[in-house]
Design a protein around this ligand. Sequence first.
Ligand code: PLP
Length: 400
Amino acid sequence: MTTPTVRGASLKYGRTMAAIPGPSIVPDRVLAAFSLPMPDLYEGPLVDESNEVRERLPGIARTEGEAFIITGNGHAGWQMATSNTLAAGDKVLVAEAGRFATIWGIYTAVSDIDVEVLEGTDRDPVDPDRLETRLREDPAHEIKAVLIAHVDTASSVRNDILAVRRAIDDANHPALLMVDCIASMGCEEFLMDEWGVDIALAGCQKGLMVPPGISFVWASEKASAAHKRADRKVGYFDWEARRDHSNMYSYYAGTPPIAHIRGLREAINIIEEEGGLDAVWARHERLADAVKAAVAAWSTPGGIDFNILSEAHRSNCVTTVRTGAVDPAALRSLCEKQAGLILGLGIAGIEGFRLAHMGHLNPPMILGAIGTIEAGLHAMGVPPANSGVAAAAASIGAAI
Ligand SMILES: *Cc1c(COP(=O)(O)O)cnc(C)c1O
């Protein structure tokens, strides 16, 4: 492999595009909301804005359940989910596929929770049949929760959450289904109540288009019931205190993340103006189709290829691309330093790059990103045999 080098003329001046899977591109209106002066905490417009956001939040996950806002990143959401529902000695089953559910398990194990990993791969989704088989081997119901990522941001796999729910039901198992939607929320169809999800969680910095800093946990009635026997509660994360909606200071367990609340309110407005989540999901699917068309065009045996083997499980918010003999560090460096495109690093040992297509994106942005990657391949002397740009443009052309 060659080491990354800076070569030729840099054309990066202009607006840099970060096509990394979080933080995603923040709309100007959301950024503007961040620049407003600080208001009073206890009365006035902020209280109304906060209540409005809180009331609109369940709709984002398509649930009638409760929503909690945490001043913290997605990891804080993981902690809130498990600390409110589990007791010491409980077992959880991590349904592994890629990396993130496994890391969630590692964080959970610290709280005296027994964590078992149903091993998966970096290239496939969770297999619902294997999950069902494992749950059938637990007649005493020692497993209290199944932890899974909707979209795993390392591998870019999308798991079939409804199939996972059916597997749990078919095994007649009472485990809570806890879903990490940090990458997928606001990008991929997600129907919490209809799919029987007990806890969903998300961060604000991916599909929801807000700078990182807050996260969300949605809890079903069954999850709220589990809260009663849970003994891993931590004051700051405890749902009980955060149920007091009369007092913002309690709801946020301290000073509210004011700029984030305002930014999120604006982001939800933007989603609604587009036609609601159904329209947003459809746009993500179409833009993802263009990315997938490009990667398919670039693909060669042993060369550039999709990381996820099954077409049906490639996510609509991020695509992990294996680069074969092409040095991904050199390609990323060229794209960033010479052309102003920041690509996601391949993580979890996957040799390649990640192209995010989540949030505030449209065809010129996505076609620009694809074209820049293709230009990088030309610059490295390894032009693709088939043009990904042409394939992506044809895909967008068929969609608009
Ligand atoms: C980004 C991401 C995380 C981590 O979120 P943080 O805000 O960095 O804690 C966890 N899970 C998934 C699926 C993610 O995409």
